[in-house]
Write a protein of this length. Structure first.
Length: 149
């Protein structure tokens, strides 16, 4: 599989071209190809709200759902930052790690990004009972468990 095909997969995902992305994935294109900033097509599609492209990429067994760019931001970080609720749900269903922290000065999680940007629906999703434990430390989880026993 050529590097140019991986780049074409990346560009189709980034640009929201679902038909082209479907074709390229079918030909065996690399769904984890990275640009100069370490971003994959999944990260860009999540940022730009290309839900169909995100779905196609997540259907690929080879996809690295928790891949991060050069500053440690995952697809979930980008979806949260831009308020892409449906995409955030898809990423979580496919195993996105809510505890990943970026590598900036503050080490923010996707939930931190959603809060900072005022994306209340995404905040509610990420802090809801199904996913809330992902943003807590083991010590906090144990304390909660002890209080409820």
């Amino acid at each position: 599989m050529s590097d140019s095909m991986g780049k074409a997969v990346f560009e189709a995902a980034r640009d929201g071209k679902e038909a082209e992305l479907t074709r390229l994935i079918g030909l065996g294109g690399n769904v984890n190809w990275r640009d100069g900033d370490g971003r994959t097509g999944l990260l860009w599609a999540s940022r730009y709200g290309h839900e169909g492209c995100v779905r196609l990429l997540l259907e690929s067994e080879a996809i690295e759902v928790n891949a991060t760019d050069d500053i440690g931001r995952s697809a979930l970080h980008w979806a949260a930052d831009f308020g892409r609720l449906a995409i955030a749900k898809r990423l979580l269903e496919r195993g996105a790690d809510l505890t990943l922290r970026n590598r900036d000065l503050y080490g923010k999680t996707a939930l931190d990004d959603a809060r900072k940007q005022g994306k209340s629906e995404v905040v509610a999703l990420l802090s809801g009972p199904r996913y809330a434990d992902g943003d807590r430390t083991e010590c906090e989880l144990n304390a909660t468990r002890m209080r409820t026993e």
